[in-house]
Design a protein around this ligand. Structure first.
Ligand code: NAP
Length: 278
């Protein structure tokens, strides 16, 4: 019987601990630490995510500040907003909701976020530091995945992890985190040949593609651990999970697996950032 790696349960448990830490840090700082979220445009999914993150802040006692910008915001206007937040002492974390409208140079804006406040781990320098095993905030979804696997004591050392997807916010950083945990990592993408055969060799499969049920049950090795980071319309993941229950040893459900851990990791790193100010 496969184990369900339930992110919802861990996030709830961890929130209680974070609430106490926020209470203490607020007393010492003399102000409530702020997570500033920048939302450019009116993409409905992004609005939902931003609201979910604001609610998570409320639950642990952080202040959430949402900055709504028009769809036609330019890169330089967005850079100015980030600069102001970089210089605002009460802002301990800055999150630029992804994706931004096409006219914006997203990478330039991500890299403008001060690494001390980069609680969503999107800055290139944060990424480089993480790869080198140095102290840095980590991209929230990959960190959430690692925390989830560690909570359930999933063995990573020496295991063959196959990550399908190489985006800067998910596939690449989760691959590097797994590598730092001594997994043997294969990173796959849209140009990978023989994907099915590569996935068949995996002890750990990470689905980070963005295509519903893209990874088939017939590709899964008996006993593999399945991490489904995909979150597609209709609450459908990137792995055909329902046909894998008798094959895998553990899996993250969709929803309720990686999603809650992503939000929790963002809050977790915001609290860490606030504590560094004491
Ligand atoms: P993305 O930026 O679109 O990246 C998708 C990746 O999948 C790319 O690296 C792409 O390869 C690869 N890919 C596309 N088609 C492929 C194919 N046929 N074979 C193999 N690889 C293929 O997406 P993302 O932002 O990483 O997100 C991926 C999924 O995770 C989405 O469902 C998203 O909603 C979900 N997500 C969930 C959370 C959460 O909190 N639960 C957070 C972030 C993302 P190339 O690089 O070659 O184009």
């Amino acid at each position: 019987m496969a184990i369900e790696l339930n992110g919802k349960v861990i996030a709830k448990e961890e929130e209680e601990n974070l609430r106490q830490r926020v209470f203490k840090v607020t007393e010492k700082l003399g102000f409530v630490p702020v997570l500033a979220t920048i939302l450019v445009g009116d993409d409905p999914a992004s609005i939902t995510y931003v609201n979910m993150k604001a609610k998570a802040c409320e639950r642990v006692g952080l202040r959430s500040k949402i900055i709504n910008l028009n769809n036609d915001t330019t890169t330089s206007e967005l850079l100015e907003v980030i600069e102001k937040l970089n210089n605002d002492n009460e802002v301990c974390g800055i999150l630029l909701q992804h994706p931004v409208p096409k006219q914006i140079d997203e990478r330039l804006c991500f890299d403008k976020i001060k690494i001390e406040k980069d609680v969503d781990g999107v800055n290139s320098e944060s990424f480089g530091r993480m790869v080198m095993g140095r102290n840095a905030f980590v991209s929230a979804t990959p960190l959430g995945i690692l925390r989830l696997l560690k909570y359930y004591k999933i063995e990573l050392e020496g295991k063959h992890a196959v990550v399908v997807g190489r985006s800067p916010i998910l596939g690449k950083p989760v691959s590097m985190l797994l590598l730092n945990e001594n997994s043997t990592v294969t990173i796959c993408h849209s140009k990978t040949k023989n994907l099915e055969n590569i996935v068949k060799m995996a002890d750990i499969v990470v689905g980070a593609v963005g295509i519903p049920k893209f990874i088939k049950s017939t590709w899964i090795k008996t006993g593999a651990v399945l991490v489904d980071a995909g979150y597609n319309a209709g609450n459908i993941g990137d792995i055909d999970l329902e046909n894998c229950f008798d094959i895998c040893s553990a899996y993250t459900p969709v929803p309720g697996g990686v999603g809650p851990m992503t939000i929790n990791s963002l809050i977790y790193q915001t609290v860490q950032s606030a504590e560094k100010l004491i």
